[in-house]
Design a binder for this molecule. Structure first.
Ligand SMILES: Cc1cc2nc3c(=O)[nH]c(=O)nc-3n(C[C@H](O)[C@H](O)[C@H](O)COP(=O)(O)OP(=O)(O)OC[C@H]3O[C@@H](n4cnc5c(N)ncnc54)[C@H](O)[C@@H]3O)c2cc1C
Length: 361
C-alpha cells in the first residue's frame, strides 16, 4: 500500500490540453494521483485570441467513427469498443451544465458504406437507447451526383458543445488540484526532456506522432459552419462527411473529411460545399418538429455566424494508447483519435490511468 501511495505522488507531465490531455488529467486526479501538471502550447477554452484547437472545432457527437483505415485485429477492435462504451456511459453521468445534451440522431448510409462496415456495429448499437437500423424510408434530399442512401440507423446519443465542455474540464481539473504549466511549444523529444518529470502522457494530437518518431500521422481537415441555434430542428443528421447538429449554443453544419487541402484555415469554398448538401435538408422540413413554428413556411438555411476548421489527428492503424519506456523516463501515449476523440475520450483516459497504475517504478 505504501508503495502505491508513493508512486501516486510522482510528478506526471501531461503534454497537450485538448480533450485527450484534459480528460486524462481529470481521471488521474480522480483516481488519486496527486502531482499532475498539463503542459501545452495552448490550453483549450483559455479564451485567448488564437486559432481554435481541433477539440474546440468538433461538432461533437458521440459517434465513434473514422478512427482508422487499416484492418485491425480483434484485440484492438475490443479496445475501441471498450473506449466507446465507457465514454458513452460517462457522458450519461454528466449534466447539461457541462455542455452535454442527449439528442436523437439519424445516420444515413449508402449500400457501399454498409458493405464496407461503416455502420455502427452491434457491440455498440446494443447499448444505444432507442436504436433502430432499417432500410431508408424518407432519405434527406441529396445532390444528384452523390450515391443513393439505402440504410438508416437512428438512436439517442450525446452532443457536446465543446467550448462549454472544455471549460468545464479545465475547471474540474483545477478543482481536483491539477496544475497547468506555462505555454510551451514542443519541437522535439529534447524539449519534452526539459520538463522535470518521470512520467509523461503524450496527448499532443497531430504532433504526438512526429515528436515521438511515429511518421504515420495524417491531418484530415474538417470545417464547421455555426448558425444561430434553432430549437425547431428535432434531431441531428449524418450522411458520410456531412452533418446537421442542433446544439443549444448553435446549429452546427459540417463537417468534411479532407486529406488534401491547400489551406488549413476555414475557407469559403468549404462553406459552399457544406451548404450545398445540408441546406436542402433544412429546406425539406424533414428534420423539423411537427408543430414547429418554421416548418413548411419556406425554410431557409440561417446565415452563418462563424466558421472554423481543424485537422483531425488521424492514425491509419488506429489510436495509440500504450506505454513506452525510455532510458530515464516513461511515456504513456494517447493520440491519433481521428474523427472520434470526443467519443472515446473517457475510455482512453481510463486505459492511460490503468497503464500508469500498473507501471513498475
Ligand atoms: C470538424 C470536426 C468535427 C469533429 N466532430 C467530432 C465528433 O462529432 N465527435 C468526435 O468524437 N470527434 C470529432 N472530431 C474529432 C475530434 O475533434 C478530435 O479527435 C479530438 O479533438 C482530438 O483531441 P486531442 O486532444 O487528441 O488533440 P487536440 O485537440 O489537437 O489537442 C492537442 C493539444 O496539444 C497541444 N499541442 C499540439 N502540438 C503541440 C506542440 N508542438 N507543442 C505544445 N503543445 C502542442 C495543443 O495546443 C493542444 O492543447 C471532429 C473534428 C473536426 C475537425
Amino acid at each position: 500500500m505504501e508503495n502505491v501511495l508513493a508512486k501516486k505522488d510522482l510528478q506526471i507531465a501531461i503534454l497537450g490540453a485538448g480533450i485527450s490531455g484534459l480528460t486524462v488529467g481529470v481521471r488521474l486526479m480522480e483516481r488519486s494521483w496527486s502531482n499532475v501538471t498539463i503542459y501545452s502550447e495552448y490550453i483549450a477554452a483559455d479564451g485567448l485570441e488564437r486559432r481554435p484547437l481541433v477539440s474546440e472545432v468538433a461538432c461533437a457527437l458521440w459517434l465513434p467513427i473514422w478512427t482508422r483505415q487499416k484492418e485491425v485485429d480483434d484485440s484492438y477492435r475490443a479496445r475501441e469498443v471498450y473506449w466507446s462504451r465507457y465514454s458513452f456511459n460517462k457522458f450519461k453521468e454528466l449534466d447539461c451544465s457541462c455542455g452535454i445534451e442527449l439528442v436523437h440522431h439519424r445516420e444515413f448510409y449508402t449500400e457501399a458504406e454498409v458493405e464496407g462496415g461503416l455502420a455502427i456495429p452491434s457491440e455498440l448499437s446494443n447499448m444505444l437507447p432507442g436504436f433502430v437500423g432499417q432500410p431508408v424510408a424518407s432519405p434527406p434530399p441529396m445532390p444528384n451526383d452523390m450515391p443513393a442512401l439505402t440504410y438508416e440507423q437512428s438512436f439517442e446519443t450525446y452532443v457536446v458543445a465543446m467550448p462549454v465542455y472544455l471549460s468545464w474540464l479545465v475547471h474540474r481539473f483545477r478543482e481536483l488540484g491539477g496544475k497547468f504549466g506555462s505555454g510551451i511549444i514542443f519541437r522535439s523529444l529534447d524539449d519534452v526532456r526539459r520538463i522535470d518529470a518521470k512520467l509523461y502522457v503524450n496527448a499532443l494530437g497531430l504532433a504526438g506522432g512526429h515528436i515521438f518518431g511515429d511518421a504515420t500521422m495524417v491531418g484530415v481537415k474538417g470545417q464547421v459552419v455555426l448558425c444561430p441555434p434553432d430549437p425547431n430542428i428535432c434531431c441531428s443528421v449524418g450522411v458520410g462527411e456531412y452533418c446537421l447538429i442542433p446544439r443549444r449554443d448553435a446549429l452546427v453544419l459540417g463537417s468534411l473529411l479532407q486529406r488534401t487541402f491547400t489551406d488549413s484555415n476555414p475557407t469559403q469554398e468549404n462553406i459552399d460545399l457544406i451548404l450545398r448538401v445540408v441546406r436542402p435538408w433544412i429546406a425539406s422540413g424533414l428534420f423539423h418538429r411537427r408543430n414547429s413554428t418554421s416548418a413548411g413556411k419556406g425554410l431557409k438555411t440561417p446565415s452563418a455566424r462563424a466558421s472554423s476548421a481543424g485537422l483531425r489527428p488521424f492514425r491509419p492503424s488506429g489510436i495509440r494508447v500504450e506505454l513506452e519506456q525510455f532510458d530515464r523516463f516513461c511515456v504513456v501515449h494517447n493520440y491519433g483519435h481521428g474523427g472520434a476523440g470526443v467519443s472515446l475520450s473517457w475510455g482512453c483516459a481510463e486505459t492511460v490511468v490503468d497503464l500508469l497504475n500498473e507501471f513498475d517504478k
